[in-house]
Design a protein around this ligand. Sequence first.
Ligand SMILES: NC(=O)c1ccc[n+]([C@@H]2O[C@H](COP(=O)([O-])OP(=O)(O)OC[C@H]3O[C@@H](n4cnc5c(N)ncnc54)[C@H](OP(=O)(O)O)[C@@H]3O)[C@@H](O)[C@H]2O)c1
Length: 262
Amino acid sequence: MTKKAAVITGASSGIGMELARLFAADGYDLIVTARRTELLQKLSDELAKAHGTKVSIIQMDIAQPYAGEALWKAVSDITPNVEVLVNNAGVGDASEFSTESPDVIERMIHLNISTLTSLTRYALPQMVLRGSGNILNVASLAGYQPGGPGMAVYYATKAYVLSFSRAIRCELKSSGVSVTALCPGATATEFEQTAGAQKTLLFRWSKPMDAKTVALAGYRGMQRGCGEVVPGWMNKFLAVSPRFSATSMALAINKRLLARHR
Ligand SMILES: NC(=O)c1ccc[n+]([C@@H]2O[C@H](COP(=O)([O-])OP(=O)(O)OC[C@H]3O[C@@H](n4cnc5c(N)ncnc54)[C@H](OP(=O)(O)O)[C@@H]3O)[C@@H](O)[C@H]2O)c1
Protein backbone atom coordinates (compact mmCIF):
# COMPACT_ATOMS: atom_id res chain seq x y z
CA MET A 1 0.00 0.00 0.00
CA THR A 2 1.41 3.39 -0.94
CA LYS A 3 -1.19 5.74 0.56
CA LYS A 4 -2.03 6.06 4.26
CA ALA A 5 -3.77 2.89 5.45
CA ALA A 6 -6.77 2.58 7.75
CA VAL A 7 -7.92 -0.70 9.29
CA ILE A 8 -11.68 -0.83 9.95
CA THR A 9 -13.38 -3.73 11.74
CA GLY A 10 -17.06 -4.37 11.03
CA ALA A 11 -17.11 -2.51 7.71
CA SER A 12 -19.77 -4.75 6.11
CA SER A 13 -22.67 -2.64 7.42
CA GLY A 14 -23.83 0.30 9.52
CA ILE A 15 -21.42 2.77 11.09
CA GLY A 16 -18.32 0.84 9.97
CA MET A 17 -19.36 0.93 6.33
CA GLU A 18 -20.04 4.69 6.51
CA LEU A 19 -16.65 5.25 8.15
CA ALA A 20 -15.00 3.27 5.33
CA ARG A 21 -16.65 5.61 2.79
CA LEU A 22 -15.32 8.68 4.64
CA PHE A 23 -11.74 7.36 4.87
CA ALA A 24 -11.80 6.36 1.19
CA ALA A 25 -13.08 9.80 0.13
CA ASP A 26 -10.15 11.31 2.05
CA GLY A 27 -7.58 9.25 0.15
CA TYR A 28 -6.84 6.39 2.56
CA ASP A 29 -6.30 2.84 1.40
CA LEU A 30 -8.37 0.45 3.47
CA ILE A 31 -8.08 -2.89 5.17
CA VAL A 32 -11.61 -3.94 6.05
CA THR A 33 -12.79 -6.91 8.02
CA ALA A 34 -16.04 -8.71 8.84
CA ARG A 35 -17.56 -12.15 8.24
CA ARG A 36 -19.74 -11.29 5.22
CA THR A 37 -17.23 -11.00 2.38
CA GLU A 38 -19.85 -10.40 -0.30
CA LEU A 39 -20.79 -7.10 1.39
CA LEU A 40 -17.13 -6.14 1.81
CA GLN A 41 -16.50 -6.94 -1.85
CA LYS A 42 -19.43 -4.73 -2.91
CA LEU A 43 -18.04 -1.90 -0.76
CA SER A 44 -14.57 -2.43 -2.23
CA ASP A 45 -15.92 -2.20 -5.81
CA GLU A 46 -17.86 0.98 -4.91
CA LEU A 47 -14.82 2.69 -3.35
CA ALA A 48 -12.41 1.63 -6.10
CA LYS A 49 -14.77 3.13 -8.69
CA ALA A 50 -15.51 6.33 -6.73
CA HIS A 51 -12.04 7.16 -5.39
CA GLY A 52 -9.55 4.64 -6.76
CA THR A 53 -9.23 3.20 -3.24
CA LYS A 54 -7.22 0.03 -2.76
CA VAL A 55 -9.30 -2.10 -0.40
CA SER A 56 -7.91 -5.28 1.16
CA ILE A 57 -10.52 -7.63 2.58
CA ILE A 58 -9.91 -9.91 5.54
CA GLN A 59 -12.76 -12.29 6.30
CA MET A 60 -12.58 -13.27 9.94
CA ASP A 61 -14.80 -14.03 12.90
CA ILE A 62 -13.20 -11.79 15.53
CA ALA A 63 -15.46 -12.81 18.41
CA GLN A 64 -13.09 -15.68 19.24
CA PRO A 65 -10.17 -15.94 21.67
CA TYR A 66 -6.94 -14.48 20.21
CA ALA A 67 -8.76 -13.07 17.17
CA GLY A 68 -6.95 -9.75 17.64
CA GLU A 69 -3.56 -11.45 17.26
CA ALA A 70 -4.70 -13.41 14.18
CA LEU A 71 -6.21 -10.32 12.57
CA TRP A 72 -3.12 -8.22 13.22
CA LYS A 73 -0.93 -10.90 11.60
CA ALA A 74 -3.14 -10.75 8.50
CA VAL A 75 -2.96 -6.92 8.51
CA SER A 76 0.84 -6.99 8.84
CA ASP A 77 1.07 -9.23 5.77
CA ILE A 78 -0.63 -6.43 3.81
CA THR A 79 1.21 -3.42 5.23
CA PRO A 80 3.61 -2.69 8.11
CA ASN A 81 2.34 0.90 8.27
CA VAL A 82 -1.15 1.43 9.62
CA GLU A 83 -2.04 5.07 10.18
CA VAL A 84 -5.54 4.52 11.61
CA LEU A 85 -7.17 1.67 13.52
CA VAL A 86 -10.96 1.80 13.79
CA ASN A 87 -12.29 -0.69 16.33
CA ASN A 88 -15.91 -0.58 15.23
CA ALA A 89 -17.19 -4.18 15.17
CA GLY A 90 -19.46 -4.86 18.11
CA VAL A 91 -22.61 -6.70 19.06
CA GLY A 92 -25.34 -6.23 21.66
CA ASP A 93 -27.94 -8.49 23.22
CA ALA A 94 -31.13 -7.28 24.86
CA SER A 95 -31.65 -10.13 27.37
CA GLU A 96 -32.10 -10.68 31.08
CA PHE A 97 -28.67 -11.84 32.27
CA SER A 98 -29.85 -14.91 34.23
CA THR A 99 -31.34 -16.44 31.06
CA GLU A 100 -28.94 -14.98 28.49
CA SER A 101 -27.08 -17.48 26.31
CA PRO A 102 -23.59 -18.13 27.81
CA ASP A 103 -22.23 -18.45 24.27
CA VAL A 104 -23.64 -15.06 23.26
CA ILE A 105 -22.13 -13.51 26.40
CA GLU A 106 -18.72 -15.07 25.73
CA ARG A 107 -18.64 -13.91 22.11
CA MET A 108 -19.85 -10.41 22.98
CA ILE A 109 -17.08 -9.97 25.55
CA HIS A 110 -14.46 -11.29 23.12
CA LEU A 111 -15.60 -9.03 20.30
CA ASN A 112 -16.45 -5.83 22.20
CA ILE A 113 -13.56 -6.01 24.69
CA SER A 114 -10.78 -8.56 24.06
CA THR A 115 -10.31 -8.16 20.31
CA LEU A 116 -10.57 -4.36 20.53
CA THR A 117 -7.96 -4.30 23.28
CA SER A 118 -5.46 -6.62 21.63
CA LEU A 119 -5.79 -4.96 18.20
CA THR A 120 -5.03 -1.63 19.85
CA ARG A 121 -2.05 -3.17 21.63
CA TYR A 122 -0.65 -4.55 18.37
CA ALA A 123 -1.28 -1.33 16.42
CA LEU A 124 0.28 1.11 18.86
CA PRO A 125 4.05 0.35 18.84
CA GLN A 126 4.56 1.32 15.18
CA MET A 127 2.35 4.41 15.62
CA VAL A 128 4.31 5.55 18.68
CA LEU A 129 7.62 4.89 16.92
CA ARG A 130 6.47 6.94 13.93
CA GLY A 131 4.99 9.66 16.17
CA SER A 132 1.65 9.64 14.32
CA GLY A 133 -1.55 7.64 14.17
CA ASN A 134 -5.16 7.50 15.28
CA ILE A 135 -7.19 4.96 17.20
CA LEU A 136 -10.96 5.34 16.83
CA ASN A 137 -12.88 3.09 19.22
CA VAL A 138 -16.63 2.80 18.78
CA ALA A 139 -18.04 2.75 22.30
CA SER A 140 -21.64 3.86 22.99
CA LEU A 141 -23.79 6.27 24.95
CA ALA A 142 -24.35 3.14 27.08
CA GLY A 143 -20.77 3.56 28.31
CA TYR A 144 -21.77 6.67 30.31
CA GLN A 145 -24.56 4.87 32.14
CA PRO A 146 -24.15 3.32 35.61
CA GLY A 147 -25.52 0.07 34.16
CA GLY A 148 -28.04 -1.35 31.71
CA PRO A 149 -30.52 -3.74 33.35
CA GLY A 150 -31.89 -5.80 30.43
CA MET A 151 -28.65 -5.35 28.47
CA ALA A 152 -26.19 -5.68 31.34
CA VAL A 153 -23.24 -7.24 29.51
CA TYR A 154 -23.45 -4.94 26.50
CA TYR A 155 -23.56 -1.80 28.69
CA ALA A 156 -20.62 -3.08 30.75
CA THR A 157 -18.55 -3.80 27.61
CA LYS A 158 -19.12 -0.26 26.36
CA ALA A 159 -18.21 1.23 29.76
CA TYR A 160 -14.96 -0.72 29.37
CA VAL A 161 -14.32 0.70 25.88
CA LEU A 162 -14.87 4.26 27.14
CA SER A 163 -12.71 3.79 30.25
CA PHE A 164 -9.94 2.04 28.29
CA SER A 165 -9.92 4.71 25.58
CA ARG A 166 -9.71 7.55 28.10
CA ALA A 167 -6.84 5.90 29.95
CA ILE A 168 -4.65 5.08 26.96
CA ARG A 169 -5.34 8.52 25.51
CA CYS A 170 -3.84 9.93 28.70
CA GLU A 171 -0.84 7.53 28.48
CA LEU A 172 -0.23 8.56 24.86
CA LYS A 173 -0.34 12.32 25.44
CA SER A 174 2.55 13.95 23.55
CA SER A 175 3.22 10.76 21.53
CA GLY A 176 1.58 12.09 18.37
CA VAL A 177 -1.00 9.29 18.55
CA SER A 178 -4.62 10.21 19.26
CA VAL A 179 -7.32 8.03 20.81
CA THR A 180 -10.98 8.88 20.24
CA ALA A 181 -14.05 7.13 21.65
CA LEU A 182 -17.13 7.51 19.44
CA CYS A 183 -20.20 7.16 21.64
CA PRO A 184 -23.37 6.96 19.54
CA GLY A 185 -26.89 6.77 20.91
CA ALA A 186 -29.55 4.76 19.09
CA THR A 187 -28.51 4.55 15.42
CA ALA A 188 -30.43 2.99 12.52
CA THR A 189 -28.28 -0.04 11.57
CA GLU A 190 -28.59 -3.82 11.64
CA PHE A 191 -27.74 -3.59 15.36
CA GLU A 192 -31.42 -2.92 16.16
CA GLN A 193 -32.33 -6.39 14.82
CA THR A 194 -29.24 -8.37 15.78
CA ALA A 195 -29.23 -7.08 19.37
CA GLY A 196 -33.02 -7.43 19.71
CA ALA A 197 -32.98 -3.72 20.61
CA GLN A 198 -35.90 -2.85 18.35
CA LYS A 199 -38.24 -4.31 20.98
CA THR A 200 -37.00 -2.02 23.74
CA LEU A 201 -38.72 1.23 24.68
CA LEU A 202 -35.38 3.00 24.15
CA PHE A 203 -35.43 2.24 20.42
CA ARG A 204 -39.21 2.60 20.12
CA TRP A 205 -39.29 6.03 21.74
CA SER A 206 -36.13 7.57 20.40
CA LYS A 207 -35.65 8.50 16.77
CA PRO A 208 -32.43 6.66 15.86
CA MET A 209 -29.81 8.78 14.10
CA ASP A 210 -28.61 7.67 10.68
CA ALA A 211 -25.29 5.85 10.46
CA LYS A 212 -23.83 8.37 8.01
CA THR A 213 -24.28 11.30 10.44
CA VAL A 214 -22.85 9.27 13.32
CA ALA A 215 -19.83 8.18 11.27
CA LEU A 216 -19.15 11.74 10.11
CA ALA A 217 -19.20 13.02 13.70
CA GLY A 218 -16.73 10.30 14.71
CA TYR A 219 -14.50 10.90 11.71
CA ARG A 220 -14.33 14.66 12.29
CA GLY A 221 -13.79 14.17 16.02
CA MET A 222 -10.90 11.81 15.30
CA GLN A 223 -9.38 14.30 12.84
CA ARG A 224 -9.58 17.04 15.50
CA GLY A 225 -8.03 14.74 18.09
CA CYS A 226 -11.11 14.75 20.37
CA GLY A 227 -11.14 12.26 23.24
CA GLU A 228 -14.88 11.58 23.17
CA VAL A 229 -17.51 12.20 20.52
CA VAL A 230 -21.22 11.95 21.31
CA PRO A 231 -23.22 12.63 18.14
CA GLY A 232 -26.49 14.60 18.55
CA TRP A 233 -27.65 17.16 21.11
CA MET A 234 -30.08 14.87 22.90
CA ASN A 235 -27.40 12.20 23.22
CA LYS A 236 -24.96 14.79 24.61
CA PHE A 237 -27.54 15.62 27.26
CA LEU A 238 -28.10 11.90 28.01
CA ALA A 239 -24.34 11.37 28.33
CA VAL A 240 -24.00 13.92 31.14
CA SER A 241 -27.37 13.28 32.81
CA PRO A 242 -26.19 10.32 35.00
CA ARG A 243 -23.86 12.80 36.76
CA PHE A 244 -26.88 14.70 38.04
CA SER A 245 -29.11 11.82 39.08
CA ALA A 246 -28.89 9.15 41.76
CA THR A 247 -27.46 5.86 40.51
CA SER A 248 -30.53 3.96 41.72
CA MET A 249 -32.80 6.32 39.78
CA ALA A 250 -30.72 6.08 36.58
CA LEU A 251 -30.74 2.26 36.83
CA ALA A 252 -34.53 2.20 37.35
CA ILE A 253 -35.03 4.42 34.28
CA ASN A 254 -32.68 2.25 32.20
CA LYS A 255 -34.48 -0.89 33.33
CA ARG A 256 -37.72 0.55 32.01
CA LEU A 257 -36.15 1.76 28.77
CA LEU A 258 -34.47 -1.60 28.10
CA ALA A 259 -37.45 -3.81 28.94
CA ARG A 260 -38.50 -5.76 25.84
CA HIS A 261 -42.05 -5.36 24.59
CA ARG A 262 -43.90 -7.44 22.01
N1 LIG B 1 -26.65 1.00 16.24
C1 LIG B 1 -26.66 1.51 17.46
O1 LIG B 1 -27.71 1.91 17.99
C2 LIG B 1 -25.36 1.68 18.21
C3 LIG B 1 -25.34 2.57 19.31
C4 LIG B 1 -24.15 2.72 20.02
C5 LIG B 1 -23.01 2.03 19.64
N2 LIG B 1 -23.07 1.18 18.58
C6 LIG B 1 -21.84 0.45 18.24
O2 LIG B 1 -21.49 0.72 16.90
C7 LIG B 1 -20.66 -0.32 16.40
C8 LIG B 1 -21.11 -0.68 14.99
O3 LIG B 1 -22.41 -1.24 15.06
P1 LIG B 1 -23.56 -0.87 14.02
O4 LIG B 1 -24.62 -0.14 14.76
O5 LIG B 1 -23.02 -0.28 12.80
O6 LIG B 1 -24.16 -2.35 13.78
P2 LIG B 1 -24.11 -3.34 12.55
O7 LIG B 1 -24.70 -2.72 11.34
O8 LIG B 1 -24.74 -4.60 13.07
O9 LIG B 1 -22.54 -3.59 12.29
C9 LIG B 1 -21.76 -4.47 13.06
C10 LIG B 1 -20.52 -4.82 12.29
O10 LIG B 1 -19.71 -5.67 13.10
C11 LIG B 1 -19.38 -6.84 12.37
N3 LIG B 1 -19.30 -8.01 13.24
C12 LIG B 1 -20.23 -8.45 14.11
N4 LIG B 1 -19.84 -9.60 14.68
C13 LIG B 1 -18.62 -9.89 14.14
C14 LIG B 1 -17.72 -10.98 14.30
N5 LIG B 1 -17.98 -12.00 15.14
N6 LIG B 1 -16.56 -10.98 13.60
C15 LIG B 1 -16.31 -9.95 12.72
N7 LIG B 1 -17.12 -8.91 12.53
C16 LIG B 1 -18.28 -8.88 13.22
C17 LIG B 1 -20.53 -7.03 11.37
O11 LIG B 1 -20.07 -7.73 10.22
P3 LIG B 1 -20.46 -9.24 9.84
O12 LIG B 1 -21.84 -9.51 10.37
O13 LIG B 1 -20.39 -9.25 8.33
O14 LIG B 1 -19.41 -10.08 10.47
C18 LIG B 1 -20.82 -5.58 11.01
O15 LIG B 1 -19.98 -5.15 9.98
C19 LIG B 1 -20.76 -1.46 17.42
O16 LIG B 1 -19.59 -1.48 18.21
C20 LIG B 1 -21.96 -1.07 18.27
O17 LIG B 1 -21.87 -1.58 19.58
C21 LIG B 1 -24.22 0.98 17.86
